[in-house]
Design a protein around this ligand. Sequence first.
Ligand SMILES: [Zn+2]
Length: 412
Amino acid sequence: MAKKIFFHSLNELITNAGVYKKAGVGVQERDLGIIENGALLWDSAKGILWLGKTKDAPKALVRGSKQIDCRGHFLSPALTDCHTHLVFAGSRHEEFASRVAGLSYQEISAKGGGIRSTVMATRKASEKELFNVALERIAVMKSHGVGVLEIKSGYGLDWVTERKQLRVIQQLRKKSDLRIFSTFLGAHAFPPEAITEKQRNAYVDTVVNEMLPAVRREKLADACDVFFDDGYFTEDQARRILQAAIFQKLHIKLHADELANTGGAKLAAEMSALSADHLLKADVDGISRMAKNGVVAVLLPGTAFYLGLKYPDVAMMRKQGVCFALATDYNPGSSPTTNLPFMMSLGCLQMGMTLPEAFAAATYGGANALGLHDSEGALLIGKKPKIALFNQPSYKALISQFAGVGSCRLLL
Ligand SMILES: [Zn+2]
């Protein structure tokens, strides 16, 4: 039977109504649609029945519902972590020690570490083992208020393991109460076995001719992503894989302009990707094309923080009118964190985002980067987005904590 919950006396009810209207561009504080002493009536079947000031709640509609006194709390659309690699096995703590001793990420990678070491561990792990560790990670994310989550494959680099990862994502989708979006990232790196140019091109052939058709046939993913960067996939290879993905009716996304400006932002705009992610080295031309084509800029400050890199140029991007998203990029090598609120803190402290920009980026922006902006990331009557109630008086309190503990009290 459907149940109704009436959240009342909220210190802040954040609707993101203005953010939704502006498609996440040029966000100001008023766009968060904050209602003080707010209330929301939620129905497990129909979603949001009513929202407004507590004193204006229609008595007849509220009758029979479970009432939750939310004094000192805020309620908002659940956070969306739109870029993670959370299904993996193994640990990279030895690399961390090497890095602290002075080696760069590229040097560690050249010594056989980096993505490759996780690939080897993930190939060995069983589906059950991968599922269990992933479920624990998701529980931590949930405690931070994440209700919508994207997970990529990409630690197999052979079909058996890519499929294993994607199947785990499908099981997580069934077993967890988060809304999970699955992305095939067979082109995360070249497999360790592919050393020559010819072998690398043969791997691209396999992704295009065998893996992508199987992904569609078995309904394993919603999108396809490619690591297009210096030392990884070339523009021609990325284009070929993304075209094949579009042919298989998948959304497309791109790891773009992280290590060097290779034209990733431009390619994402040209091919109408949902998002281009990282963008540490993106230029004005690429970003303005993304803004014109509605491609979301997914910023992942965790990697810049962890690897000691320069952060993306938010001021330039804001000027071009692009929609921002913030995500953890959770992975064992370059951003081992499940803490999305910390990414908001970094966005404000290190990249010059405003607090409303950061909050919109971690809610609506993330949903937009997954093509879910009509159902998630804003509280609108008649819709059924994931919502989160926080043990905090304000979204500003959530962002002002430094890598704080999970403060989500309830996720629906
Ligand atoms: Zn990534």
